[in-house]
Design a protein. Structure first.
Length: 122
């Protein structure tokens, strides 16, 4: 699973849930491309995105170690970074919360985020 998609889902799990219809996959893909374009065009947002992805790895480690306190602390940081990435990112993450990452559509959307992943230094 793409780490960004997983972290976006985590962000949304900490936010109040809003009732809405299942979005159209073509719209989701277009929205994803728009979010990638917005973030990739702003150096500060690229840095926030890369930190966002890194925190996702740290959350996974904390969960593997069953350190729920650390995972919660990191989730709060992820939430803050999500807001820095902009309302389009938050709205997209909300729309993606019910999509399976292993589904064909989930994989296609994850591959769109790969463009951003390439901008992050390891």
């Amino acid at each position: 699973m793409n780490i960004v998609l997983m972290v976006a889902i985590l962000v949304l799990s900490t936010m109040p849930l809003l009732a809405q219809d299942q979005p159209d996959i073509a719209k989701l893909k277009a929205d994803t491309e728009n979010v990638v374009k917005i973030i990739s065009g702003d150096k500060a947002k690229v840095e926030a995105y890369c930190e966002f992805a890194d925190l996702g790895d740290q959350i996974d480690e904390a969960k593997d170690e069953q350190d729920t306190e650390k995972a919660e602390e990191l989730s709060q940081k992820v939430d803050e970074l999500g807001r820095k990435l902009g309302p389009e990112f938050v709205a997209l993450a909300d729309a993606l919360k019910n999509m399976g990452s292993n589904s064909q559509n989930g994989q296609e959307i994850s591959s769109i985020f790969d463009k951003l992943d390439g901008l992050c230094e390891d």
